[in-house]
Design a protein around this ligand. Structure first.
Ligand code: PFF
Length: 447
């Protein structure tokens, strides 16, 4: 890799490095923290079925489109999209950068919760069999503004440190070793939780589909989650795609990224929801679900404290690799468009994000009176980013790749190996018609 202070020369060291880094951007708190509680509050299968449909139709093709536009434009999201699509798409790139920045303000708060649980698990202060004690533990953390800001600060600082070290040294190394461990641990936990009496009710909740529970809001939430979980519409795949060497097959790599990320979400669902039923808890309990359920499952396993510590370390790694991707979008933009050096760009983000993320952290305590449309600042930011800005970003990319720059898209798809006419036809139909139509219909009906 050439200089870390220019974007155009930065390249992933291998195809696997790219897949792992993109998959670890995708796999994060979305899959493990958000998916179980969203499936819980949106009726289980009524949420999961549309999520899977969105992922394997428009999701995969949009990952391909973002990577293709990134590799063709070679640069930050703004630079690459401007180069491929003209000034209007430069603005789309700018909105994506802003979106990534806003996501970081609240993502860092949940990241802080992970740090806190990780620290507690090291001193054996997490595992417990009493749901009351566990929810008090969670509520005490969330409602204490100072503690919340402190852990968010630690998390944000760690994120900035990885980004300051640069793409190859930081992101790739961390991703390569710890993501597989997370999968192994989740499988352990699943086996244990499925052995508990009552857990199969949870499986039914997750997988038996009932039309009556599907509403416009559920579908909008499922679409929003698809974008969030695949890291779409926030410039990430454009930025990571711009680091792709010309020898990497984009369609094949994109299918892998989507597959791994969906797998993580489903595993997390199966890890949490059956246990929720086994313990007689409410699946719609909300943001604390993962933090309250997991320690209870461990209570029923040997080596509980060690496994809990390993789990929270992996959760922290899953979270930080996603935050790193979000920050990389912003930093790449500052390097590319403002001519800043990597370290100064990261420092600027560190300071400004700390201020904004503190406000988000306080939205659970001293600022809980601030409401937008009946939602706290934290929920409102997530709603706007996941359900509106990311789908709109995806819609713009679809219009660019499917219409204005289709020849560029096609050339990128076929750059390494000849995909069949059928595959290319399917990609074209999905990107130019299906994706825009679905996003527009769901946005209108859901809002
Ligand atoms: N996909 C990440 C997750 O599921 O946790 C979060 C995320 C990363 C969202 C990057 C959006 C994004 F652009």
């Amino acid at each position: 890799m050439a200089s870390e202070n220019t974007i155009a020369d930065t390249v992933w060291s291998s195809r696997l490095g790219f897949i792992l880094a993109s998959a670890s951007s995708a796999i994060g708190l979305g899959a493990i923290w958000k998916f179980p509680f969203w499936a819980g509050t949106n009726g289980g299968a009524a949420f999961i079925v549309p999520f899977l449909i969105f992922t394997f139709t428009i999701g995969i093709v949009l990952v391909m489109a973002e990577c293709a536009m990134g590799r063709a434009g070679r640069g930050s999201a703004v630079h690459a999209l401007k180069r491929v699509g003209g000034p209007v798409f430069g603005i789309v790139g700018g909105i994506a950068v802003l979106n990534a920045y806003i996501i970081l303000t609240y993502y860092s708060v949940i990241g802080g919760w992970c740090v806190s649980y990780m620290a507690d698990s090291f001193i054996g202060n997490v595992v417990n069999g009493d749901p009351k004690i566990l929810s008090n533990h969670f509520n005490a953390l969330v409602s204490n503004g100072t503690v919340n800001v402190f852990f968010m600060f630690l998390y944000l600082t760690a994120t900035c440190a990885v980004v300051a070290l640069g793409v190859e040294k930081g992101i790739e190394k961390v991703a390569k070793y710890l993501m597989p461990l997370l999968f192994v641990l989740m499988i352990f936990i699943i086996i244990r939780s499925l052995m508990m009496p009552g857990s199969w009710e949870g499986m039914q909740f997750l997988f038996s589909f009932n039309w009556e529970q599907v509403s416009g809001a559920t579908i909008l939430n499922a679409m929003g989650f698809t974008f969030f979980s695949l890291s779409l519409g926030a410039g990430i795949m454009v930025t990571y795609g711009s680091y792709l060497s010309s020898h990497t097959d984009i369609p094949g790599s994109s299918v892998w990224v989507a597959f791994l990320s969906t797998q993580a979400a489903l595993l997390a669902g199966v890890m949490i929801i059956p246990a929720v039923f086994a313990f007689g808890m409410d699946p719609a309990a909300g943001t604390g679900l993962v933090f309250i359920t997991i320690p209870m499952i461990f209570e029923h396993m040997p080596l509980a404290d060690v496994l809990a510590a390993a789990f929270y370390v992996c959760l922290f790694i899953a979270a930080i690799t996603s935050s790193v991707s979000l920050l990389e979008v912003v930093v790449a933009y500052l390097i590319n468009e403002w001519g800043m050096r990597r370290r100064s760009a990261t420092a600027l983000c560190w300071i400004t994000l700390f201020i904004l993320a503190s406000i988000q952290a306080l939205s659970f305590s001293s600022l809980s009176w601030v409401e937008f449309n009946g939602m706290s600042l934290f929920d409102f930011s997530d709603y706007v980013c996941s359900n509106i800005l990311m789908p709109l970003g995806g819609l713009s990319i679809a219009l660019l790749a499917g219409w204005k720059a289709w020849p560029v898209m096609k050339e990128q798809m076929l750059a390494i190996r000849p995909h069949s006419v059928f595959t290319i036809g399917w990609i074209r139909l999905t990107i130019s018609v299906l994706a825009p139509a679905l996003v527009i219909v769901v946005l209108i009906s859901g809002i």
